[in-house]
Write a protein that binds this ligand. Structure first.
Ligand code: PEP
Ligand code: MN
Length: 271
């Protein structure tokens, strides 16, 4: 269990959309010396018409980001061995998303090839039991990854009765942490609703988890994915400062991101 001082803090957009978008969030990340910035290149989307991520094209933005801020560390999801090979030298945490938690061949490959990364983050499948989650982590370890390099991430499970059909399952996450794993809480995907993110983040912090991951976007309503759950940079700045501010965005250019919004042809399904 962790004190607040060495908690792993991860913020950033659902999808890497544009240079001005990620640099805007990076300023907040830098200012507060947070641990990792989300720079997602490949997006596993439910609807094939939804924005699929910048993919390889996003690498030049990540390179510029790391040239500008040499100490910046980032996390991106990979959904296949091919994507891992594209991204591996440009990311510090390799994320395996909920949909791939039981992609055993991917787990074996990443487990065998990620000891030079800070961590591999294994998100809990949204219909997975505690045992299934832990077995997935064991696949990584059996392939050679040290247990200390694994971050288990609770991101909410499916529940028709829950708010927004999702329940952030802090109880199971707590049990996972009692098994000696570092557990990260994601109250963004775990609530799917902006107004619920910070209260659940506070609950997770109170329980002493290893860290958190929160979606932050310069202009959440314009986010090409998960627009309903992203916090604005000002929201998160105010949360860190514990007071209302007049935080102004300096560099965000909404036109850059709206180019990608056009790719997202789905009005009905945003996730
Ligand atoms: C994400 O964190 O970008 C993501 C897609 O999350 P999940 O795999 O939990 O849906
Ligand atoms: Mn998202």
């Amino acid at each position: 269990m962790n004190t607040q001082e060495n908690i792993i803090s991860i913020i950033g957009p659902c999808s890497l959309e544009s240079e001005s978008q990620i640099f805007s969030v990076a300023e907040l990340y830098q200012q507060y010396d947070l641990s990792y910035l989300r720079t997602p290149l490949f997006k596993p989307r439910t609807n094939p018409n939804s924005f699929q991520g910048l993919g390889k094209d996003g690498l030049k933005i990540i390179k510029k980001l790391k040239e500008t801020y040499p100490r910046l560390k980032n996390i991106s999801e990979v959904c296949s061995v091919e994507q891992f090979k594209i991204a591996k030298n440009h990311i510090d945490i390799v994320q395996i998303g909920s949909r791939n938690m039981q992609n055993f061949e991917l787990l074996k490959y990443i487990g065998a090839h990620s000891n030079n990364h800070d961590y591999v983050m294994l998100k809990r499948g949204f219909c997975s039991t505690l045992d299934e989650w832990i077995y997935a982590a064991e696949y990584l370890m059996k392939a050679g990854l040290a247990k200390s390099k694994i971050l288990l991430c609770e991101r909410g499970i499916r529940d028709a009765a829950g708010t927004n059909n999702v329940i952030l399952d802090l109880a199971t996450a707590f049990k996972a942490s009692q098994l000696g794993f570092k557990v990260i809480i994601d109250p963004s995907h775990g609530t799917k609703e902006r107004a619920l993110v910070l209260p659940l983040l506070d609950a997770a912090k109170a329980m002493g988890f290893a860290g958190y991951m929160v979606e932050v976007h310069p202009f959440p309503e314009k986010s090409v994915s998960d627009a309903n759950q992203a916090l604005s940079i000002k929201d998160f700045y105010d949360y860190l400062n514990k007071e209302q501010s007049n935080y102004q965005l300096e560099h965000y250019n909404p036109l850059e991101s709206s180019l990608h919004r056009k790719i997202d042809q789905s009005e009905r399904y945003k996730n």
